[in-house]
Design a protein around this ligand. Sequence first.
Ligand SMILES: Cc1cc2nc3c(=O)[nH]c(=O)nc-3n(C[C@H](O)[C@H](O)[C@H](O)COP(=O)(O)O)c2cc1C
Length: 295
Amino acid sequence: MRSAPDAVDVHWDPARALPDSDPTRRDLFLSLGAFVETCLIVAAGAGLPVRAEVAVDRTALRAARLVPAPAVYESPFTPEAVRRRRCARGGYAPGALDPAVLAALTALGADLRQVPTRSLVGPLAEADRWMFGTPEVVAELRDWMRLSPRHPRYHLDGLTDRAMAMSRVEAAGLAAMIGPRAYPVTRRLGGPVLLAAASKGLLRYDGTVLVLVGSAVTPEAVIEQGRTLLRVWLALSERGLAVHPLSQLLDCAATSTALAARLGLAPDESPLAVFRTGRPLREPVRSARIPASQV
Ligand SMILES: Cc1cc2nc3c(=O)[nH]c(=O)nc-3n(C[C@H](O)[C@H](O)[C@H](O)COP(=O)(O)O)c2cc1C
């Protein structure tokens, strides 16, 4: 974020983007939208009248400007709700999403399609095989994952073994298989199949996966969908429900196309975010955040 006279600009850092895992920048713009919505909710909580002008400038790497508004942003959500929101990547209690909750989410402006968890066991395995079998994607994963507390950035950012609900042994095994020297061998020996098998249990329960559907024709449209996604996650969180994004289902072209076909999407509609939701069996671990002084 950068302060301009009478505005705060929201930029992105290209060094923290994932060009190989997210070549269309879908997740980048969704995340920026989620961040903009979070800023508006926090500003409203502080009584500051702020609105967002969403306009992407790819040269300046700017996604939006937060500017003074005539009135405080209206939102049903509070900064406390932002603090409470969690991603949970471990086990969930069985049970499909209550239709009344789905109706409440739709009322927030989200086009959400519901898919039973078990029906995505095969597609998730396929997407994971693609993910672990693609060297450029594995390199980005390796950079972003924090598989040991000894990692120098363990408490700063990235996805830790604890946030991924992995045991120390599982984390050490994964680190050994995708390490820069071991990975070419792992890949030749069929490691991606083994690694994908590890996540098979993730969807083997009776639960709900939600797919956010929308237009991806412009980056601004995707940013707006990211704002909606954050509202949906907060609304679920307020009901004690966590989310677990499974973006590899969209990053892998084959599973993304199959999902769009299964949902009967029109040519101008895309699956933008896929996540399971439910009541986590254990209190999830929040990801580390870079302290403001080090941003
Ligand atoms: C658009 C988007 C896509 C995401 N995709 C994934 C994903 O595929 N796998 C995953 O584990 N987390 C995914 N996440 C979750 C982020 O890793 C997580 O929200 C972030 O690290 C903040 O952590 P917290 O929710 O634990 O506080 C995604 C988040 C967003 C906004």
